[in-house]
Write a protein that binds this ligand. Structure first.
Ligand code: ZN
Length: 393
């Protein structure tokens, strides 16, 4: 039996934010779909929205953000949009009526914008708040960080704000709570492949939401912001963002402060040490650690996943280990010995798991069948899609 390459056409998700200008094409009027204690859900006039799904996702996200940034005092406007967001530049976008409009960012590849936050303040008819095209808890957390920072009236450097949103928005939902992870594979890989020079870094630090910049610079800026603050997170073992900000502001040489932290995050040992959390006693930590690691395509990491699988007792974690190991095969040079190990242990795990979400359980079984039964292969990509919570980042 041969494991072929899943997830060939991977699209990275890019939470665009602080778009200065927002253009709406087609329908531009919003109706109130539901009102909650501290937020209101709007939907385009003639569109439908799954209010329950929005409600549970945002409730969880509000909890996560308020824990670190304090309770919201104003009502947050959340707009459910149909179609996608096309970026005109790093801080301007258009809501298109099309489904899944993919942005190609030079040197970075295909990206999809699941949501953004608009501060508004431009024209009278320019709505502000959060706009969601693809609903996910991490996305909601990310955008609510922007909304809360805006509400607090903080004028943070753009890289810092994006870094905060990126860090807190990276995690997984488990037993009704948001478990932050912190390590983001996509930025880590990109920055490893193309480390910014001092000159480029200085330029990125000058970017703001108010100044026009390219989509590519906007992506790099959030990667850099994440990498710097990830090092802060490692150092104090908690999301102490005010402490980090004070330290940065009071630093005698801000550039060196940031550069040193960025470089430390980019060391290979930082990633490998982080991956050892796969053995943590808390299953939620094991889950968030494995999620997304397929992007590394690193045999050492795949071995860690398979070692853990041998002793793993939690079914959600098992699925996460197997799916990420499988997807790694399409990314890097994985030896046939490791591939065989995955084949013999991993597929069996998919067949037997019992998951809290029945659709995911069915998808895991379907994925198993797609490898062992001829004629079921076509369902493979769909099964991966249904299990996105375990590998998407
Ligand atoms: Zn953002």
């Amino acid at each position: 039996m041969h494991l072929d390459r899943p997830l060939k056409k991977f699209i990275s998700r890019l939470c665009a934010s602080l778009l200065l200008g927002l253009s709406l094409t087609g329908c531009t009027s919003w109706r109130t779909a539901a009102e909650f204690e501290n937020w209101t859900l709007y939907v385009e006039d003639d569109a439908e929205v799954d209010v329950d799904r929005y409600s549970s996702t945002f409730d969880l996200a509000f909890g996560a953000v308020e824990t670190h940034f304090g309770p919201f005092t104003d009502t947050v406007s959340v707009h459910a949009i149909t179609g996608s967001v096309a970026l005109d530049s790093g801080n301007r976008g258009t809501i298109t009526g099309e489904e899944d409009a993919v942005e190609y960012v030079e040197g970075i590849g295909a990206t999809l914008v699941p949501a953004f936050h608009a501060r508004g303040g431009g024209g009278l008819f320019e709505p502000s708040g959060i706009f969601v095209a693809t609903l996910a808890t991490g996305t909601a957390v990310h955008e609510l960080v922007h909304a809360r920072i805006s509400e607090l009236g903080l004028d943070l450097p753009l890289w810092f704000e994006e870094g905060l949103a990126h860090l807190l928005g990276d995690g997984i939902e488990r037993d009704g709570r948001w478990v932050m992870d912190g390590f983001a594979f996509w930025p880590w890989l990109e920055l490893q492949a193309n480390p910014p020079s001092d000159e480029e870094l200085r330029e990125l630090f000058t970017l703001s939401a108010k100044r026009e910049h390219s989509v590519r610079d906007n992506v790099l800026l959030r990667f850099v912001g994440w990498a710097i603050l990830f090092d802060c997170l490692q150092e104090c073992d908690g999301f102490e963002w005010q402490l980090w900000l004070d330290e940065f502001i009071n630093s005698e040489d801000r550039f060196t402060w940031a550069r040193t932290r960025l470089d430390r995050t980019m060391e290979e040992s930082t990633m490998l040490d982080w991956m050892l959390r796969i053995e943590d006693e808390d299953p939620a930590v094991r889950l968030t650690t494995a999620r997304g690691c397929w992007k590394l395509g690193d045999e050492r990491v795949v071995k860690l996943l398979l070692d853990q699988l041998e002793i793993e007792e939690d079914d959600e974690v098992k699925v996460c280990l197997v799916v990420n190991a499988m997807a790694s095969l399409g990314r890097g040079d994985i030896s046939s010995r490791v591939e065989r190990r995955l084949w013999s242990n991993g597929l069996r795990a998919l067949r037997d798991v019992e998951l809290p979400v029945k659709d995911e359980e069915e998808a895991a079984r379907e994925l198993y069948r797609s490898y062992v039964r001829w004629g079921r292969r076509r369902g493979r990509q769909r099964s991966f899609d249904r299990l996105e919570r375990y590998w998407g980042e």
